[in-house]
Design a protein around this ligand. Structure first.
Ligand code: AQP
Length: 344
């Protein structure tokens, strides 16, 4: 081995991301992922899937799953993802993801997966009762990304560790099979406004679908009253907003609300502080509620409109899956040859 860097990947720039159909989407999913999808689709070729394979790593009612997939697709459309521009599809309709995941199961090392904090968080104290699928979830995620040779993966900050693992898997595959520029080794796109939206009840926990308290999150389907009420009840402190970001650091709940305001309004946290410094939450929260209702209200309304026509959503998903397979199949065919499969 030499110390030389491997040759650079020269394929096209592509965006790939997805969301699990595991419950109502919230403001964190919207700002951390959906808004970025809508923006990036105009910058490069974009593939956005509904992660139903990932969803079943934890129990999902089979009678509900298909409709949950449609709900996520409706959320993509309502957030501005345009099926004429981006490819929207259900993960389970593109079997190349799982075929590549098996190869990657044989490339990834146990020690790498043992370090994944999301598994530890989700499994809690009883990891022996969790599915093997939950443990190997990040390997499937690597396959989702690399089967399209995606170079850009817009996700929230909680996925950063999984994306680093994707990079490690790509690098080991390229190295072990002596195909140095086969898979791209790009970094995550997990920074920026909204990359880490925290719970409205606890500024140290991320806003999450699975939080038992509905008041901890703003759902995309919440109406104006519910949004305003949740913001009114959001945990804060009695101090007025400070002038500088440094002063905000020790106040996670205040920092979170300022971050949400900034992300919804397309501004920086510092801009928001400059406008509201010296004001208490009694003044700030109603302004934030108005902004959240103005931005999210139309998204919820559009979601309901799309969901009133499930056949149209199914047609979009089917067309997306057909196109996704056209792109994924050649990658998998090459991988089979590289690995030396009999069927390669
Ligand atoms: N709080 C968050 N802030 C910013 N981004 C977030 N994302 C999730 N929570 C936040 C991003 O949303 C995308 C889709 O996530 P997912 O549904 O596929 O999985 P998740 O990260 O497990 O979402 P939840 O809401 O936290 O679900 P549960 O409670 O089931 O674990 C990803 O890009 C994620 O980063």
């Amino acid at each position: 081995m030499t110390d030389q860097a491997p040759p650079a990947f020269t394929g096209p720039k592509r965006v790939l991301s997805g969301v699990q159909p595991t419950g109502d989407l919230h403001l964190g999913n919207y700002l951390g992922a959906l808004v970025k999808f809508a923006r990036m689709q105009h910058e490069m070729e974009t593939f956005i899937f509904v992660a139903d394979l990932h969803a079943i790593t934890q129990w999902q009612d089979p009678k509900l799953l298909k409709n949950q997939v449609r709900e996520i697709a409706a959320a993509y459309l309502a957030s501005g993802v345009d099926p004429k521009v981006a490819t929207i599809f259900p993960q389970s309709a593109v079997p190349e993801h799982t075929e590549l995941a098996w190869v990657f199961n044989c490339v990834a090392r146990l020690g790498w997966l043992d370090r994944m904090t999301q598994f530890k968080d989700k499994a809690g104290k009883h990891k022996e009762r969790e599915s093997v699928g939950l443990y190997t979830y990040p390997v499937l995620q690597a396959a989702d990304i690399l089967v399209y040779k995606a170079t850009h993966v817009p996700v929230g900050d909680d996925q950063r560790q999984h994306l680093e693992l994707t990079r490690d898997i790509a690098a080991k595959f390229n190295h072990d099979f002596e195909v140095p520029a086969f898979f791209p080794l790009r970094d995550a796109v997990s920074e920026g406004p909204g990359a880490r939206v925290m719970s409205l009840r606890d500024g140290s926990a991320k806003m999450s679908k699975s939080d038992p308290s509905d008041n901890s999150r703003i759902n995309l389907t919440d109406d104006a009253d519910a949004i305003a009420q949740k913001i009114r009840k959001a945990k804060t402190d009695p101090e007025p907003l400070p002038e500088t970001l440094d002063e905000l650091k020790a106040r996670p709940e205040a920092q979170n609300l300022v971050g949400i305001y900034a992300a919804l309004d397309g501004r920086t946290d510092q801009d928001v502080l400059s406008e509201f410094a010296g004001q208490g939450f009694g003044a700030f929260k109603p302004k934030l509620a108005d902004l959240a209702v103005a931005k999210l209200g139309p998204v919820g309304g559009d979601m309901r409109r799309y969901l009133s026509d499930p056949a149209e959503i199914d047609a979009i998903l089917a067309a997306g899956a057909a196109h996704a397979r056209e792109v994924a199949a050649p990658t998998l065919a090459e991988v089979k040859k590289i690995v030396g499969y009999w069927a390669g």
